[in-house]
Every structure is written in C-alpha cells, then in structure tokens.
Design a protein around this ligand. Structure first.
Ligand code: DLL
Length: 449
C-alpha cells in the first residue's frame, strides 16, 4: 500500500463520527452482529427473493448467531437485481420510499435503488464522514462535478457536503469551460468528480491560461466511481495542485459512502458499522481470510428500503484490518485495481486495463488520455490496439521522436502483458472526453462476430 505524508501536518486528522469510526473492534463486531440479524430478518420476511433463496439453502434468520454465519447466506448478483427490476427487492412499501436512484447500466435494465427518509439521513452521515476524512469543514467551498440525476455521485456528495456545513456548488458534469470559471471565481477549495473528468477540467484550466497553484484555491479532491491507478492519482495531484482522496461506493449498497481514504492514504476506510465486508474467490465463491486478494462482497447492515445480502461487487481488492494512524479502527480496502469482469482475455492472456494505464503514465511524453480497442482480425486472432494522446511538447519535436515514444510504449506493454499490442500515439485532444465515467475499453469482438 502507498504511504504518503498527511496533507495538513499541522492539523489533527478530522473524524466526523468519532463514536462509530473509532469504536473498539469487539464493540463494533457486536453492533455489526445485531444489525446483521435485523437485516436478515427484514430480508426474509419482506423480500420474496431472499425468502426463496434462503429456504432453498435451508437457512433461517435464527441461524445467524455469529458474524461468520454470514457465509451461510445466499449471494446477491447484479443479475438477481435486474431480474427483480424495478422494485421487487424493496423491503418497504413505495409509500415509505422517498427517492430512487439507478445504476448507469449501459446494457439491459439498470439496478434501481430506493431510499426511505432514514436511508437518506444515513447516507448524508456517511458522506459527511467521507468528506471530513479528507479534512473538509464548514469553511470549505465544495465544487461538485459528479453527475446529478439517477447516478448516485452528484446527490451523494451534495448532501454530505451540506451536512458538514461546507458551501456546496452543485455544478454536475459538463459545460467544462464554465466549471473552470466558477472554480476560480467562487474560490473552490474542494473538487468532487470522477478521476477522468478531473483531467478534462485540468486540461481546460491550462487552455484558459490558468495555473492551479497561482490562480485556483483547490486543496483536496474526492475521486471515485471508476478504477484509477496510483500513477493517475499522481498526475491529477500535479495537474491540479491538490491532494487526491480515493472514494468508493456503488448504487447497490447506497452510492458513494461505502469507503474512503484518510490523510494517511493507506487504504480506504470501510464504514463497517453500515456494511459488512467479505472477500471471496471469484471462481469458487469460497470466503478468503483478510489480507488475501479477491472479490469484495458487501452486506448492508442498516438500510431500510433496499437491504442487500452478500452483494457480489465484482471489484477486486484486499481487506486489511490493522488500525490506522488516523485513529479509525475500521477495516481498510486497498484501492480497487479493477473489476473481475473488466479483465480482457486477449489471445488467451489475462489483461487488466489498469496495467495498461500504469505503463502509459510511466512514459513522460504521454497524456493520461487513452483507449484500448480489441477486435478479432481476419485470421481470427485478437487484434489489440492502444491509442494514447501525446503531450503538446512531443509535437514540437521531430517526427522520429513520436515514433520512438510509440515503439517504447509497444515494448513496455509487451514486457508487462507478455503479448504484442499495436500502439498508436495520437495528437493531444483527439480522443473523446467523458463528463462522468470514462470509457477506456472498446471490445468489438462481441459486436462484430
Ligand atoms: O460509482 C458510486 C460512486 C459515486 C462512487 C461517486 C464514488 C464516487 P455505480 O455507478 O453503481 O456507483 O458504480 C459502482 O464503480 O462497483 C466499482 O467498480 C466502481 N468504483 C466506484 N468507486 C470506485 C473507486 C458509483 N474509488 C462501481 N475505485 C463499483 C475504483 C470504483 N472503482
């Protein structure tokens, strides 16, 4: 895990809910068990899907006597949630549901999340924890560029920031030039956005002749909703002159607010009093001991409208239970390196987009704007191409320089992946930008063949 120095050394680490975030473990586990038992009972009694699944496994709510007994419960998958679209997973009548959000599913039906008034209150509390763990107080101006709407990012950060007393600027994604003007004019100190959109904003600021260190007041950013490497983090911190905090969550569990980094940057603290975490082997479903890499599985412990048992996130991480120097006792997850279903199999080799991103960002003449295209060639061999933008600086050099960078990229991709990739260095600002989550992989194999 990375370890960098706390960003405000003079300031003690701020904690929003000291009682829960620093609770001694035995007490925390007791609270988790009570909440787990209540959640299982609620699911069994109110959600036919869970009753059927639990009956089929021969498990009843009263069988949950310890936290380990969670492994007796059935998993919930994205597929299960889609099958029960839109409201069949809800444990409360619609009369009690005061808000709906939905995942940004590009294929098929989205996953729909319902919230009671109490769920919204819990969520705002969790988001206040997230922002406070990055040093946000009522003196901050929070520029929120996460999309508002069905996506949970915008409203999640919005109500969390309000709860801390900070001034929230609800900009949402898009109209990039205007965003940069508002950054400067309002004196935003905190940015909330996807990592990829923060780079689009940085690019725009540079185009407008702004130097973040001189002209902007940003000092912290909360980035999540998509995988991003440590190299990407460094790039964002340098380009925007701020400290980047990794923040994680998902629609199925609540939205953002599941876990977030503290100033020690050694993993994301999981809000364990609200979410029970396990790691499993994605192939066998077997529960793995803490410290072992695997797929993260989450159970909601306090949700009323849309409780979820053992949700298979598909996100790959490692859970660490050691206490942290910030004072929190909650377990930490390492930054998510990718999803188990993001893995590309190219000519029989497993390739993770994050490996490619690391290689690109280790080459100084390349920008963090890239796209990976996989197709099936005429000989039925997978064709694999990586397109990356170069810096303006490289353009000023001779043509040979561009070719040299391209060759270096191909060589280093081969060293890391063990297969040949065609790499193509393109001019700056030619690849498509996104206002939310970036689309880095275009896999034509399923579409064309
Ligand atoms: O992305 C919620 C969110 C909004 C999180 C704003 C953080 C900030 P979904 O659209 O349901 O919810 O997508 C959830 O995004 O399963 C991960 O694969 C990925 N993801 C979320 N945060 C991170 C992160 C929101 N910090 C899916 N690092 C999750 C890596 C992340 N991947």
């Amino acid at each position: 895990m990375e370890a960098t120095k706390p960003f405000t050394e003079a300031k003690e680490c701020l904690i929003w809910d000291r009682e829960h975030e620093t609770m001694p473990r035995p007490q925390l586990e007791k609270l988790q068990l009570e909440r787990l038992q209540q959640t299982v009972e609620r699911c069994y009694d109110r959600v036919p899907f869970y009753k059927e699944k639990m009956d089929a496994l021969g498990v009843r709510p009263e069988d949950i006597k310890t936290l380990k007994d969670v492994s007796k419960l059935p998993f919930t998958t994205k597929h299960d949630l889609r099958e029960n679209y839109p409201f069949k997973m809800f444990a409360e009548p619609m009369k009690k549901v005061v808000r709906l959000h939905a995942s940004s599913g590009t294929t098929g039906k989205p996953v729909v999340a319902g919230y009671t008034a109490k769920d919204l209150d819990t969520w705002a509390e969790l988001m206040a924890r997230v922002l406070t763990s990055g040093g946000v107080t009522d003196e901050d101006i929070v520029h929120n560029a996460y999309g508002y709407g069905l996506f949970t990012g915008g409203m999640g950060f919005h109500y969390g920031a309000e709860r801390t007393g900070a001034t929230i600027v609800p900009v949402s994604g898009g109209l990039t030039k205007r965003q940069v003007m508002l950054w400067r004019d309002f004196g935003a100190t905190v940015l909330c956005s996807t990592p990829s959109y923060s780079l689009v904003l940085a690019e725009q600021a540079a185009e407008m002749g702004l130097d973040p260190a001189r002209d902007l007041s940003l000092r912290a950013g909360f980035f999540g909703a998509e995988p991003w490497t440590l190299e990407m983090k460094k790039e964002i911190e340098e380009k925007l002159n701020l400290e980047a905090f990794d923040t994680y969550g998902l629609t199925e569990l609540i939205g953002p607010g599941v876990s977030s980094e503290c100033p020690y940057h050694n993993g994301l603290h999981i809000n364990e009093d609200h979410f029970l975490v396990e790691t499993i082997d994605p192939d066998t479903g077997e529960v793995l001991p803490p410290g072992t890499p695997g797929e993260m599985v989450l159970t909601s412990l306090t949700k009323e409208a849309f409780p979820v048992l053992r949700f298979r996130t598909r996100d790959r991480t490692v859970i660490v239970q050691k206490p942290c120097a910030c004072g929190r006792t909650t377990a930490r997850m390492q930054r998510v390196t990718g999803r188990t279903d993001d893995m590309l199999i190219i000519r029989g080799v497993n390739v993770f987009p994050s490996q490619i991103e690391s290689v690109i960002l280790s080459i100084p003449d390349l920008e963090p704007q890239y796209v990976i295209v996989v197709d099936r060639g005429s000989s039925h061999m997978d064709d694999f191409e990586v397109l990356v933008e170069c810096t303006e600086n490289l353009l000023t050099k001779e043509d040979a320089a561009m070719l040299e960078v391209q060759e270096r990229l191909s060589r280093e991709l081969y060293q890391v992946l063990g297969i040949n990739a065609r790499s193509k260095v393109v001019k700056p600002k030619t690849l498509q930008r996104s206002e939310g989550k970036a689309k880095r992989v275009v896999d034509m194999r399923d579409i064309n063949h």
